[in-house]
Design a protein around this ligand. Sequence first.
Ligand code: BES
Ligand code: MN
Ligand code: MN
Length: 458
Amino acid sequence: MSTFFDYVDSNKDRFKDELFELLKIPSISADSKYKKDVKEAATFLENQLKSIGMDEVKLCETDGNPVIFGKHLKAGADKPTVLIYGHYDVQPPDPLDLWETAPFEPTERDGKVYARGASDDKGQAYIHVKAIETWLKSGQDVPVNIKIILEGEEEVGSPNLVPFLKEYKDELACDMVLVSDTAMFAKDTPSITYGLRGLAYMELEVFGPNRDLHSGVYGGAVQNPLNALCEMVAKMKDENSVIQIPGFYDDAIDLTEEEREAGRKLPFNEKEWLGAIGVDEGFGEKGYSTLERKASRPTLDMNGMWGGYQGEGAKTVLPAKAGAKISMRLVPNQDPHKIAKLFTEYCESIKPAGVTIKVTDHHGGDAAMTPLDFYGLKAAAQAYNDVYGKEPLFAREGGSIPIVADFERVLGVNTILMGFGLNSDAIHSPNEHFHLKDFYRGIKTSVRFLEVLSDYKP
Ligand code: BES
Ligand code: MN
Ligand code: MN
């Protein structure tokens, strides 16, 4: 093992330089202006996988952004096959003025690289590219069979990845999926995420009069769409933060008593967690702890709301329309389509008189869970032990990677979520960063994981 670790140590600077090259490409999937850049990031990774000596690497076109698909199957049929997944697209970087250094000019400060995508997910996905390189350049072959797919649409809900999984189902056959696109529980605390929340993302628009009106001339005598929207939003949760949509919780699987007990033993420092985001009091569903609320319970949140005058000073106006973007995070067994339908029906039922509404279902995805007795997790835990010198923790996380549920549904396999990021990495926010120490430890953990796994029979 030490020779592999030596390879990582002696190639650190080059690994970092290459990551910087990837981070310079503004591969923003949400904005069509960046289509060319998204393609450039895909090509960069295609060339990388080819140059490290993977057997077969192709750029697969989809109806959206390409998927880079690599294979290296020299270990033979009696060895496990791992499918590595990551995404090379990133979130838009705005608000730009809050970045200390430009989002697509990666900069190193205090052992961290600052750039959009540093942690989510270019830095974490690149860990595995360099781990595969480490094996291939070691003179030995990779001890398990490797497949890798890197997509460019995760941040917009992976609309073309399920069709891709179905089209390439046979070629993608594997024993497990390995993903690094989550966070560690805390600094220097290796963690395996065994649960992710699902998502239903809705838009609610409320329409009233045929134009904006003088709030003195008309106010009080016609319905104000913005008032109507606020009334509706206020009816979505009760004073205990219980979601009021009929049927919302019907299929939701709650935490087991065993899980709650295990959760209480996790080294979660609530004060610190709240302090880091400038909040001094937790908030949420009655009867659940902060840790449970943030990862294992469903939510309903406004992500944006608009309507009426928002400029300087005061303008007396009744807006003709108003709207809100609303996300609902889901737990295992809640079907995002069903939830979207229940949400729509509920909106119709609470719509105040005098306005019309339109509800749009933007995208969604299922929650996912990896069974704790899955053998892949044992191999992962061993690898963490050998690199971080600690047993990893097992925890659920509140974010969503909708394709993980499809790996199980379409390919019939479990996913190992080996995250090397931190909650403090500011993903999706200004000044996103990634600790280089974890970039290198991540590479070593991945290298070691592939070795440990080779002792298991598929
Ligand atoms: N990598 C994140 C998901 C994540 C982050 C999971 C931290 C666990 C911990 C991913 O890129 C992401 O942002 N997913 C989106 C969902 C998507 C459908 C837009 C999310 O969770 O909002
Ligand atoms: Mn991600
Ligand atoms: Mn993301």
